[in-house]
Write a protein that binds this ligand. Sequence first.
Ligand code: ATP
Length: 376
Amino acid sequence: MEEEDGLRPQEIPSSPLIVKTTAQVETHTTIDFNEDQYYGNTRVAKSDPHADDPDTLVYMKNVHKTYLLGIEGVPALRGVDLVIKRGEFVVIFGTSGGGKTTMLNILGTIDKPTKGELRLAGTRTFFLIRPPLMVTGVTSNTKDSELSNIRLQKIGFVFQTFNLLASLSAVENVEMPMILNGVLSTEDRRNRARELLAKVGMEPRMNHVPSQLSGGEQQRVTIARAIANSPEILLLDEPTGDLDTVNTHLVMKLLADLNREEKITMIMVTHDVALKQFADRVIWMRDGKIQRIEMCDPKKKSDAIAKNEAELQEARRKREESQKRQGPPVTEFRKPTDYNTHPGYGAVRPSQVKREVKEELVSLSPPQRTRENFPV
Ligand SMILES: Nc1ncnc2c1ncn2[C@@H]1O[C@H](COP(=O)(O)OP(=O)(O)OP(=O)(O)O)[C@@H](O)[C@H]1O
């Protein structure tokens, strides 16, 4: 029986039916869907085995994003289909204005698509042009607080500009996502933050505030903070963009280790061609579309990781040698409390956290572009 709008009324299947398909992940263009699926009488997606595969962490189907500038629409994404599997290291590469950051913002639920389907780490998110009649999961009407829960538990962010809270120490910054998650006790949070900072080689400077840390050190703290709630995905927007060569090696080593050892899925936007070597797949974007997907040779990836480590060792050796030649560095001794920027050292005050988190959430939102600061 066909309804007026051409959609069939049908019961909600307990799990979406998988019908005949010849889909292949690697080349998004060859996905051939043969039948629609229905939730109630709302058509949400055509059948695709990847959509319900437990190893699928990101599923984007026909995702569009159009920004509104006054009365004009700026199309940033124009029908993106993408499947990312658990544990992959994906690099997003492409022309300026191609839609890379927009895609990352949508994957991070910082921004919502105008149209299309997005499933993230088992969370189903439908964005339909018209309001869905019967839909399971989250819709485009989903409250921001629910989306921020997905962000908090499933996704870690690392940006080019480290985005640490200026008035909190490194260890307090790392504790922040755990405070928001509200699962661990104060003591457990502090211990975990300490462990994470040790992992990124920053434990000795855990009581320093960001302004007392170098760019590379701040980025390591950011990575520790990003993995605090054991996310499944790390979204990285030019994570080495502001770093020198040695710190780039260091950060890439950390990311490669987290990907290999902890199976965290990495999705990284970069303009640095050299970083493509760390990827399993490179997604090339142009004019809001995926232009092509390049599969990378696993051997080249492991060679790149080994070369990166060797270069890092060499850089450290050279630095130690030059320090020996110049004699011991002049050390300024300070008490830990010299780094304290607010009373109640060691304890994060709830009012301060609340205010700073608010600022943090604002800073995570995509910049509001207006006709004045963003002429078209
Ligand atoms: N908030 C916004 N308001 C209006 N237009 C926007 C907004 N954000 C991005 N755009 C436009 O959307 C398109 C894609 O932008 P996006 O920042 O995603 O590209 P990108 O590939 O990350 O570019 P770059 O490599 O230069 O950072 C561009 O045409 C951009 O001008």
